[in-house]
Design a binder for this molecule. Structure first.
Ligand code: FAD
Ligand code: DHB
Length: 402
């Protein structure tokens, strides 16, 4: 400690933000618009953050928010507005018409890394303090009125003193593990599958996303542009990419996505590939002292409902509103309600993501389970009430739902 203290540069800000993912960047943006100062520190390089292929679906209100705060211009030009999805099973497509079922709402397909590029450009343009490539990040004094972030840059060690710290550092970050044992309750569910995801230089073979249930497992066709397809396959959790040469990936996708009517997947060079385990995870509360956990730092959902990034954005809205009240009126009331407000939505989204996962993945060899799964799919594609429930959740529950 003594060596750290002698050479440490001191910095001060209102809100210290750890992590430049969607959570951290949108929070800084909302705070900037209301004159609240923040510093973002990020462990990875700008290039890394801008290239990381992850989520691709923005809920109706999430897309509207990006537009309203001035970072939606490229999204509106290049993003793809979708008014429905297809559920494919027994070789047939069944469309869920979001716009009809939700009174005009839709989703926007636009890669998370594109959202990140737009937010970083806006931040740097506005003079936001955004420090990439920081090392040895830690936090302390969380219960005090001056919580601190310590980190190292090329130029030396820094201590950043804050009023509040926003832990936007994702599932593997340092913020959540810095909270004393026993202060948070955690809820963890490991699903017995992973997703093998690829990005391919091939036009999407359907204008809308296709979620497929097949005896060999789930498959999903999404997209990033009229030239780039994003595809996912359900695989066992311990899968290594070495087991999946290109030919095997395409054969499996063709088999699972085959239809009774003529339909062909467009194939092309695989540009990126990854395996992501599937889990549900929540901590309660999402706060300790003056440290607020946001997005993946506080919760993870299985990706079948396309909710991870959207849930992060929903947390950010609640925290930004609470911080505005804190600085403008000196009121801590909304900050005190942050966790309860967010967790209401988090559990609804866990429910929806678990429902989509259960309905579409192959979980057992039990023929009874198979029949129940098919009955669920037949119900949701034939009952307007059931289809409306899916659509309402997929396009996103209203932000102000209490
Ligand atoms: P993150 O995006 O994880 O951002 C956290 C940031 O903090 C990162 O930039 C990280 O580098 C930084 N950081 C971490 N530790 C430190 C530290 N110690 N100090 C400083 N900075 C730190 N969701 C979907 O809806 N659909 C998908 O297909 C999908 N695919 C995914 C694939 C992968 C591999 C992962 C990991 C997630 C995926 N998600 C998907 C989830 C979605 O991307 C996340 O929910 C979303 O990124 C959450 O945003 P966030 O800002 O909370 O966290
Ligand atoms: C994408 C990811 C999802 O998890 C999903 O449910 C739909 C689309 C995507 O990456 O495009």
């Amino acid at each position: 400690m003594a060596t750290r203290d002698t050479n440490v540069k001191g910095m001060r800000t209102q809100v210290g933000i750890i992590g430049a993912g969607p959570s951290g960047l949108i929070l800084a943006h909302l705070l900037r618009l209301t004159g609240i100062e923040s510093v973002i520190i990020e462990a990875r390089s700008r290039e890394h953050c801008e290239q990381r292929a992850r989520a691709g679906v923005l809920e109706h209100d999430a897309a509207a928010l990006l537009e309203r705060i001035g970072v939606g211009e490229r999204m509106r030009r290049e993003g793809l507005v979708h008014r429905g999805i297809f559920l494919r099973f027994n070789g047939r497509d069944h469309r869920i018409d979001f716009t009809d079922l939700t009174g005009g709402r839709s989703i926007t397909v636009y890669g998370q890394h594109e959202v990140i590029k737009d937010l970083i450009a806006a931040a740097l343009d506005a003079g936001q303090q955004l420090l990439f490539d920081v090392e040895d990040v830690s936090v302390d004094e969380l219960e005090s009125r001056r919580p601190r972030i310590h980190f190292r840059r090329q130029s030396g060690a820094v201590t950043l003193e804050c009023d509040v710290i926003a832990g936007c550092d994702g599932f593997h970050g340092v913020c959540r593990p810095s909270i004393p044992n026993g202060a948070l309750q955690s809820f963890d569910k490991t699903y017995p599958f992973a997703w093998l995801g690829i990005l391919a230089a091939a036009p999407p073979a359907s204008e809308e996303l296709v979620y497929t249930r097949h005896e060999r497992g789930f498959a999903l066709m999404s997209m990033r542009s009229p030239q780039i397809t994003r595809l996912y396959l359900q695989v066992p959790p311990s899968t290594s990419l070495d087991e999946w040469p290109d030919d095997r990936i395409w054969t499996e996708l063709r088999t699972r996505m085959a239809t009774n009517e003529p339909w062909a997947l467009c194939e092309g060079t695989i540009l990126q590939r990854s395996v992501t385990p599937m889990r549900g995870f929540v901590v309660d509360p999402m706060q300790y002292g003056r440290l607020y956990l946001v997005g993946d730092a506080a919760h993870i959902v299985p990706p079948t409902g396309a909710k991870g990034m959207n849930l992060a954005i929903a947390d950010v809205r609640v925290l930004a509103e609470a911080l505005v009240a804190f600085y403008r009126d000196g009121s801590s009331e909304l900050l005190g309600e942050y966790s309860t407000t967010c967790l209401r939505r988090v559990w609804r989204v866990q429910r929806f993501s678990a429902y989509m996962t259960r309905m579409l993945h192959r979980a057992s060899d039990d023929p009874f389970d198979d029949r129940v799964q098919l009955a669920e799919l037949e119900y949701v594609t034939s009952s307007r009430a059931a289809a409306a429930a899916l659509a309402e959740n997929y396009v996103g529950l209203p932000f102000d739902a209490r």
